[in-house]
Design a binder for this molecule. Structure first.
Ligand code: ATP
Ligand code: MG
Length: 458
């Protein structure tokens, strides 16, 4: 087997081997190459210790960022991580090895890696080094732990989520023993930092094969986000729905566009439904208030998982508005554009589409037509240059100041009044009309009748 490596990876490997060390490309890049996928990055492993790597490659392009764990990063156009062969000692807490021990043997280094498909190395001289049948597992499309799965998951519980991630990305099934051990040991994830869980979760739900994983490993998702538990098997008793809440949620996730915000919004959009569930006298199920409560719950969950504020804010807004269905007209679209902004409005349309597609197919057509109408009006409003935010008004704060309206709350409220009137279609977005309306509003709201206004109209 010949694997085409980038010139710079070859150069690093040959510099190290010429100096008497062994060196290989390793891990994900080998897996991807065998599968015919272009790797994102090329990791290198070597018998040279970090200080030796430094003396072979020279100080200039090297960052000694993980020397203790044996990793240095060298910049040859792109960054390459070079990691010294190592084994990992005992894992007292299911996450950090108590110590890493540098070794001289490639096989020992490959044995500490998580899955057989990730435990192969390659260089031009030795060809493919595959001690754990990784190539065979790629052919059979299987994720399998190197060694005993229970032991490997107890060493580092993050591997449980990594198994789900690779399966979701590659469409491989998780080998039986590995799968059983993953489910059995999911509780160990409590030892893993929220940030690492978050990063894996994002990649799992963004994978091309996420539907299978979300369906088969529900227990593991409940462990990460306990709020999911009441969704599972919760019937909806509503003609719009043919799935229980969790199955519906899974459909919406996989029908949503890729990306952290759309997929997280989909995952959590109905998270409050069980808490808001009621049935009327005819037995029909309702979930009044679930978007608002769900938005709040999503904030809590995402804060707990240490998502950044911008992502939380986007997801929160999408969930809050996901069930809004005003008549599709210009005024309502401008209102929604005001509440959400252009980008999020379009994301909301995507979420609504995915949501509809995860419901009763018999009622899908009209829902899709409605959302298309919203999109169409939005594009028309945008291309007309319609105003839906303060900076789109044909007048600004300075203009109002020069009319004599004082800074602060009064000016703010006047601007807000003008914007509302324009959004509602009660006022054209033109300077003269806006000035007249501003003065009239200011006089009637803030100036008492006995004290005539001293305002400059001009
Ligand atoms: P991707 O293409 O998604 O980056 P990758 O296989 O390169 O996938 P990384 O997280 O970049 O994944 O890790 C690089 C390699 O390091 C893996 O292929 C695997 O051999 C090893 N590895 C990473 N994390 C662990 C872990 N928690 N336990 C054991 N081995 C690991
Ligand atoms: Mg990688």
């Amino acid at each position: 087997m010949v694997i085409e490596m980038p010139e710079n990876a070859k150069k690093i490997i040959s510099l190290l081997t010429d100096a008497g060390y062994s060196a290989y490309a390793v891990g994900g890049c080998i897996r991807d190459s065998i599968m015919g996928i272009t790797p994102d990055d090329w990791d290198i492993c070597t018998s040279a210790r970090p200080q030796e790597v430094l003396s072979v490659l020279g100080k200039k392009n090297i960052i000694m960022n993980g020397e203790k764990h044996g990793t240095v990063t060298v910049f040859y156009d792109e960054p390459y991580e070079i990691t010294t062969f190592r084994t990992e000692g005992d894992y007292a807490d299911c996450r950090h090895p108590d110590k890493v021990t540098f070794v001289n043997d490639l096989r020992e280094d490959l044995a500490r890696r998580d899955f057989t498909v990730n435990a192969m190395a390659y260089n031009d001289k030795d060809g493919l080094c595959d001690y754990f049948s990784g190539q065979n597992d790629i052919e059979k499309k299987i994720i399998r732990c190197v060694g005993d799965p229970t032991q490997r998951f107890s060493e580092d519980a993050l591997r449980i989520l990594r198994a789900l991630r690779f399966s979701s990305k590659l469409g491989f099934s998780i080998e039986n023993n590995t799968s059983e051990a993953a489910i059995k040991n999911a509780g160990l994830l409590e030892n893993i930092s929220a940030e690492r869980i978050r990063d894996e979760l994002i990649r799992i739900i963004d994978g091309k094969y996420a539907e299978q994983i979300l369906t088969d490993y529900t227990d593991i998702f409940e462990t990460i986000i306990p709020e999911i538990r009441p969704l599972v098997g919760h019937l909806q008793y509503n003609p719009h729905h043919i799935y229980d809440i969790w199955m519906h949620t899974i459909k919406v996730v996989v029908k949503s566009p890729h990306g952290t915000v759309p997929r997280m919004a989909a995952l959590l959009h109905d998270i409050a439904k069980p808490l808001c569930f009621t049935r009327d006298e005819r037995g029909t199920g309702h979930f009044k208030g679930h978007p608002e409560l769900g938005a709040d719950m999503a904030c809590n969950i995402m804060r707990r998982l240490r998502f950044d504020n911008k992502t939380i804010d986007d997801v929160e807004k999408l969930i809050r508005h996901h069930d809004r269905r005003p008549p599709a007209n210009e005024k309502n679209v401008r209102r929604m554009l005001y509440d959400l902004g252009r980008k999020r409005f379009l994301m909301l349309c995507d979420l609504k589409t995915a949501d509809a597609r995860g419901q009763n197919p018999a009622l899908l057509k009209e829902k899709i037509e409605y959302i298309e109408k919203l999109r169409e009006i939005c594009f028309k409003e945008l291309s007309n240059g319609s105003c839906f935010e303060l900076k789109g008004l044909a007048i600004n704060g300075k203009d109002l100041l020069s009319l004599g309206i004082p800074k602060g709350k009064q000016l703010g409220l006047t601007l807000r009044y003008l914007l509302d009137s324009v959004i509602e279609g009660d006022l054209p977005n033109e300077r003269i009309s806006l000035i007249d309306a501003a003065l009239e509003y200011y006089r009637s709201e803030f100036l008492s009748a006995d004290k005539p206004a001293e305002l400059n109209k001009g």
